[in-house]
Ligand binder design. Structure first.
Ligand code: FES
Length: 514
């Protein structure tokens, strides 16, 4: 039995066995179907189209059984490609003497994977490629991936990421005119779950209390044994815990926080808000489950930061101004756009401090003049705020954002208390990760995602995990610093901590405007 899949100008015939859903059939062939909930039927984002003689019918891939002879179109709007923000290439790496040849530094995020081809002798970056993580059809966040692994799909998850790295390495080498066989080493910064799935280790322990990983890495693996296409070693940056991974130690390394004299707060915002506070050899760190809102998942019009996503929203005093990635028509809203939109909604009084959106019919008299044109009711009566004809923020989206930003803000509070420092004693707040580069700090402070007291010293530092991976690729000293961080960083487990629950409840409210 087979189905025919149409996607991005490609036509593929895929065999299946009785009882499989369309999602199960399609993702097994690396077709980039979007499935944030991993096939649980809760996100309603896995829409594909059954093609018949009379037209097309939209169905959820995870809720539809494959049938022999079906033709299915997977929307081209869900490619695994991602927007890469131009990085600051001014960073000069100092390689160890005697290094020669080529290496690859890689940041494997749950959502995106970025690889850099490096000249080991000069420390120069020769080529960069970024894609959406090929494991995304198995779920949008680490919890969904762990669940998929526990349900028997660990092999498929490992094959997805190793296959993707093989393709990316080949593409990097082709673009730089370097032979794949001339690569001698690779360095990886990734969260602990991604490291487990890459190396074929079961991440199951990370999914249940006490969240214990099988490995905290910080070691070398044989490239060929991992299924990578070059002879040599793969170094994996050390993790602190199941939820504070090698991406965070790499962030801290790249930002030189272990050499700083005053404490800095570093936050990597994603489906997990991972954060560290400290300097020198004294750090505290934690991770909070921020949920999928910042990745644009499980939001009514949510999408990843790809072409067509509204990534910024501003109020110019008279009207909304939405910035769309790629400049075309808006088809959805990504995390940074959602944070901006929320800040504007609060400013206009369309949403109050508790997160309640005004009802366009019931609260007619209370709605501030400026917010009126944007508030409306969805078909099911849910209040919503319109950004464009096609894109809006609904009441339920505000609630999800409150959960996410509340978790991160509460984590920050716990770290500050644990470190015993006031806001005035913190030198800087660094927003790390690809997503952090797109967040407007003013909006993040307005909605209470970051403390307003630190707004003056907040800055995005870009993909520091990738930079940390590059440093570790060319320098033994960088690896030694990472190892020291693994030894000294003090991890705070937040689940079940009463102080965290109290801070969380409080942080879900929106701050009042100054
Ligand atoms: Fe199908 Fe989420 S509803 S993957």
């Amino acid at each position: 039995m087979t189905i025919t899949v149409l996607c991005n100008d490609n036509t593929t015939t895929i065999s299946f066995v009785d009882g499989q859903t369309l999602l199960e059939v399609i993702r097994g062939e690396n077709v980039p179907v979007h499935a944030p909930c991993g096939g649980q039927g809760t996100c309603e984002k896995c829409t594909v189209y059954l093609v018949t003689e009379t037209g097309e019918q939209a169905v959820l891939a995870c809720r539809t059984a494959a049938e022999d002879g079906m033709t299915v179109r997977v929307p081209a709007a869900s490619p695994l490609e991602v927007q890469l923000r131009a990085e600051d290439d001014a960073e000069v790496l100092v390689p160890d003497p005697g290094l020669a040849g080529y290496g690859v530094a890689c940041d494997i995020g749950t959502t995106t994977v970025v690889c850099h081809l490096m000249d080991l002798a000069s420390g120069k970056k020769l080529a960069t490629v970024g894609e959406g993580n090929a494991q995304r059809p198995y779920g949008g966040d680490v919890i969904a991936r762990i669940k998929a692994s526990m349900e028997g799909r660990r092999g498929a998850l490992t094959a997805a990421i190793t296959g993707q790295l093989r393709r990316m390495i080949t593409a990097l080498c082709a673009s730089a005119g370097v032979a794949v066989a001339d690569i001698s080493c690779m360095s990886i910064a990734a969260n602990t779950t991604m490291c487990h799935l890459l190396t074929g280790l079961a991440p199951d322990g990370i999914g249940v209390s006490p969240f214990t990983p099988l490995s905290r890495f910080g070691d070398e693996w044989d490239a060929a044994a991992l299924g990578l296409p070059f002879p040599g070693k793969v170094y994996i940056a050390p993790a602190i815990s199941g939820y504070v991974g090698g991406d965070i130690t790499a962030d801290v390394l790249a930002a030189d926080l272990d050499r700083a004299e005053k404490p800095t707060l570093l936050i990597d915002v994603g489906t997990n808000g991972e954060m560290a506070l400290g300097c020198g050899e004294h750090f505290v760190c934690c991770s909070t489950a921020a949920g999928p809102a910042f990745e644009g998942a499980q939001i009514s019009c949510g999408m990843t930061a790809a072409a067509g996503a509204i990534s910024s929203v501003e109020w110019d005093g008279e009207k909304l101004c939405c910035g769309v990635i790629g400049g075309g028509e808006a088809v959805g809203l990504c995390g940074s756009g959602l944070i901006d939109a929320m800040a504007v909604m609060l400013h206009l009084g369309a949403v109050d401090e508790t997160g309640r959106m005004l009802d366009a019919e019931e609260d007619e008299d209370e709605i501030p003049q400026e917010a009126r044109p944007y508030l409306f009711l969805l078909e099911d009566g849910e209040p919503a705020f319109r950004l464009t004809e096609q894109v809006w923020v609904a009441q339920g989206d505000v609630r999800k954002l409150q959960l996410g930003k509340g978790a991160i803000a509460a984590g920050v509070q716990i770290l500050i208390d644990a470190y015993g420092v006031g806001f005035e004693g913190i030198d800087a707040l660094l927003l790390a990760g690809g997503f952090g580069s797109f967040i407007r700090p003013e909006s993040a402070a307005r909605i209470g995602l970051i403390p307003a007291e630190l707004l003056h010293c907040t800055r995005a530092v870009g993909n520091t995990a990738a930079l940390g991976a590059q440093m570790a690729l060319v320098s033994e000293e960088a690896r030694a610093r990472l190892a020291r961080l693994q030894e000294t960083m003090d991890y705070k487990e937040l689940s079940g901590l009463p102080e965290f629950n109290d801070a969380y409840m409080e942080a879900m409210m929106f701050p009042e405007e100054d």
